[in-house]
Design a protein around this ligand. Structure first.
Ligand SMILES: *[C@@H]1O[C@H](CO)[C@@H](O)[C@H](O)[C@H]1NC(C)=O
Length: 425
């Protein structure tokens, strides 16, 4: 049996405030989080006045108990934000601090955000890829395709356009009946024991992508991925194990056009297992990262789809950050900004632990009852929500079997902006 200890972890939650970089209320809240959290942890009254032991900055507070969190709202007056120097009182603004229940059995330890640790951790930690040789450097699609057939270490130099093999339009259309295909390109397949590296600060693929299918031991690093072929994913992992996707950049043109014109940025499906997705930037696209593609695929997926996401940056992506069906997901120390529809979506009994993440303007930052026949589970631990909401119907019990190092939600956005993505490793 797993052991649990209960802690009350307190995170600031600001309603009616926007980005703390630009909004006085939000920056005030962030600055006062320690006091607000300590106060709200013990606060049970429905309403009190300024004489009843409020924090110095508050003029009135009330509590809002709910099933999974105890919220405490305080009104305050003040300029907020270090940049405000005026002595005039600002408009009264409501801030809300929510108390989250922390459940865990160790494993995670929290450092500062000072120095990044790029070691492979999490479920994909068995991935060794193509080994440590210097391998082959490719500068054309034909060289990439032939190198990909034999695996090993492959370095892409430059952005290669339209790589992949041809296949007939009718066979593509039969596999993707929803899409009206105008191109006859499919992505490049990778075999077992392959590492693909991007050279410098912008090397990779455009109008193309990779498929890891029935393979194990694949590493993708420092790769630029922009625009898959129509109807396809930039990277799709199917029937595969021990995969590490690290320091890559995934995007399309943004939230424009038909949302099904392209498929996902990084999709992990068909019973794939033991995957780590770390230090990547996912931005400007409709469908982010899908783990488990269908409610009716439990035969393949149940007991599989163990994926760790950490130190990623998700911005201006409409949904699936990630979306999990059936599997087991651990999402930690990542930054989510301006994602308009949904963030982490746990469904069909998926078990997810979500910790030390910062969510700003991300609608349904964590949700467990969206778009599937059955709800998923989510443990919400030490996350910060600014202008972001959650809807968690089942808390769940998952704790990771490995040890790992988180960095605090309060500084994670600065950290991943500096150290995730291209040109840093
Ligand atoms: C980096 O992370 C790995 C994996 O969690 C851990 O084993 C190692 O001790 C860490 N290194 C430092 C310097 O913290």
């Amino acid at each position: 049996m797993m052991q649990y200890y209960g802690l009350l972890a307190l995170v600031p939650f600001v309603r009616a405030c926007t980005n703390p970089d630009s909004n006085a209320c939000a920056s005030f809240m962030t600055a006062q989080a320690a006091t607000a959290s300590a106060f709200c942890a013990t606060f049970t009254k429905s309403a009190v006045t300024a004489t009843a032991g409020l924090p110095a900055w508050a003029t009135a507070c009330d509590s809002k108990p709910s099933a999974i969190s105890k919220e405490c709202s305080c009104a305050f007056t003040g300029g907020g934000g270090a940049t405000t120097t005026t002595t005039t009182k600002a408009t009264t603004t409501t801030l809300t601090t929510s108390t989250r229940t922390t459940t865990g059995s160790g494993g995670g330890s929290t450092g500062s955000c000072g120095s990044p640790n790029y070691s492979l951790q999490g479920y994909g930690s068995g991935a060794t890829g193509g080994g440590s040789g210097s391998g082959t450097t490719v500068t054309s699609c034909s060289a990439l395709s032939s190198a990909a057939e034999s695996g090993g270490v492959i370095t892409i130099s430059g952005v290669l356009d339209g790589c992949g093999s041809e296949c007939s339009r009718s066979s593509l259309a039969s596999r993707h009946p929803k899409h009206l295909l105008t191109r006859d390109i499919i992505v490049v397949d990778l075999v077992s024991d392959t590492t693909v590296l991007g050279s410098g600060s912008q090397s990779g693929l455009t109008n193309g992508g990779f498929r890891v299918k029935r393979a194990s031991n694949v590493v993708l690093k420092n790769l630029y991925f922009h625009d898959p072929p129509e109807g396809k994913d930039l990277v799709e992992i199917q029937y595969s194990t021990n995969v590490w996707v690290d320091h890559c950049d995934f995007s399309t043109e943004g939230l424009v056009g038909d949302k099904d014109h392209y498929d996902g940025l990084l999709d992990i499906t068909h019973g794939s297992d033991m995957v780590t997705v770390s230090w990547n930037k996912f931005h400007d696209h409709w469908k982010g990262s899908l783990v488990g593609h269908s409610d009716s695929n439990s035969d393949e997926d149940k007991g599989k789809l163990h994926v760790t996401y950490h130190h990623n940056h998700f911005t201006n992506v409409n949904s699936r950050l990630p979306s999990f069906r059936f599997g087991t997901g651990h999402v930690f120390s990542s930054c989510f900004e301006n994602n308009p529809t949904s963030g982490i979506n746990s469904r069909m009994g998926a078990q997810m632990l979500i910790e030390q993440n910062y969510f700003s303007s991300t609608k349904l930052a964590i949700v467990t009852d969206l778009d599937s026949d059955e709800d998923g589970y989510a443990v919400d631990k030490d996350n910060i929500f600014v202008d972001s909401d959650t809807r968690i119907t089942q808390t769940g019990s998952f704790t990771p079997p490995y040890s790992y190092t988180t960095n605090p939600a309060s500084c994670i956005c600065d950290m991943v902006k500096s150290y995730a993505g291209l040109g840093v490793i």
